[in-house]
Design a protein around this ligand. Structure first.
Ligand code: RP5
Ligand code: MG
Ligand code: MG
Length: 279
């Protein structure tokens, strides 16, 4: 696999911190590099001890590579190395130590719901792409408030939470604004999307995410699952409303030219190929 790129972005997000520049051929930990001297950074919000974050590393003994109480410290990619008490990013150097904006030492688990439908014309006929001649898929995308990039409406798996619930909950919060709906509307949202989310989704990716928040000791991992509205009359008819960490929400055509947050366009490429759609 290609070396991570966004995990080496020069400017660490929402901070003044610059990463130590890591060239492609020095990403792998196996390459000895005595001159590597990255800064240590953990965001103030994380040091503030919110419930979603671990304590400082010297003040507790996390069970790395294990289920640690309700916190899952296992990687989807197999065992990771722990050196001098610190977990090492399985995809190599990032130019920064500490946790940055992430709460957990080691893997930080998320889930990404990819809700799709076929693009249709005004007569409700599926449309194909003029170049590839393949039918075009659309997915529910959100504009992240933190960086302004378009993304899948994913979010963190709460300790002990089933991934299937995270997928359902994050989609409701970010794309349907369930958090600000009245109890009645919330119930209606729940009813209308439960059938789709209870259907067997298509798991398209499970593993490391090349996320700009990653560091040498903390990184994002996800399970990306595709829920597809084949007929266009289930979730397609729901009014989309941005909520929580989403500033905008819209249906977006799947296409290889999409520029999205983290490694999200890779997940969509898998969806397009599996469904024989345009990419
Ligand atoms: C990405 O960050 C994941 O793929 C997921 O979409 C997202 C989860 O983080 P938050 O949206 O909660 O910030 O790495
Ligand atoms: Mg969220
Ligand atoms: Mg989110």
């Amino acid at each position: 696999t290609a070396p991570h790129v966004k995990s080496r972005c020069p400017q660490y997000p929402s901070s003044e911190i610059k990463r130590f520049p890591v060239p492609d051929d020095k990403v792998d930990w196996k390459i000895d590099w005595p001159l590597y001297k990255p800064e240590t950074y953990t965001a103030p919000a994380v040091l503030n001890k919110p419930e979603w974050a671990d304590p400082d590393i010297w003040s507790f003994s996390p069970l790395f590579n294990n289920l640690d109480g309700k916190v899952d410290r296992r990687s989807h990619e197999g065992p990771y190395r722990v050196e001098n008490g610190l977990p090492l990013n399985p995809h190599g150097r990032t130019g920064l130590t500490g946790r940055g904006l992430l709460g957990r030492w080691g893997p930080n688990h998320a889930a990404d719901p990819i809700v799709t439908r076929w693009k249709r014309d005004s007569a409700q006929q599926p449309m194909s792409h003029p170049m590839s001649k393949l039918p075009v898929l659309q997915f529910v995308s959100i504009k992240r408030k933190d960086c302004g990039e378009w993304a899948i409406p994913g979010g963190m798996v709460d300790p002990g939470e089933q991934v299937s619930l995270t997928l359902h909950r994050e989609f409701s919060e970010e794309a349907l604004n369930s958090l600000q709906a009245s109890p009645q509307d919330r119930e209606q949202i729940h009813q209308r999307i439960t059938a789709l989310f209870n259907s067997q989704g298509l798991e398209v990716y499970k593993g490391y995410v090349d996320d700009p928040r990653n560091s040498d000791n903390s990184w994002m991992e996800t399970v990306a699952v595709n829920f597809h509205d084949e007929t266009g009359n289930s979730v397609s008819e729901l009014p989309l409303r941005a909520g929580d960490d989403a500033g905008q929400v819209q249906w977006t055509d799947l296409d290889s030219a999409l520029s999205l947050y983290a490694s999200h366009s890779h997940f969509l490429e898998v969806v397009a190929k599996k469904r024989s759609a345009h990419w």
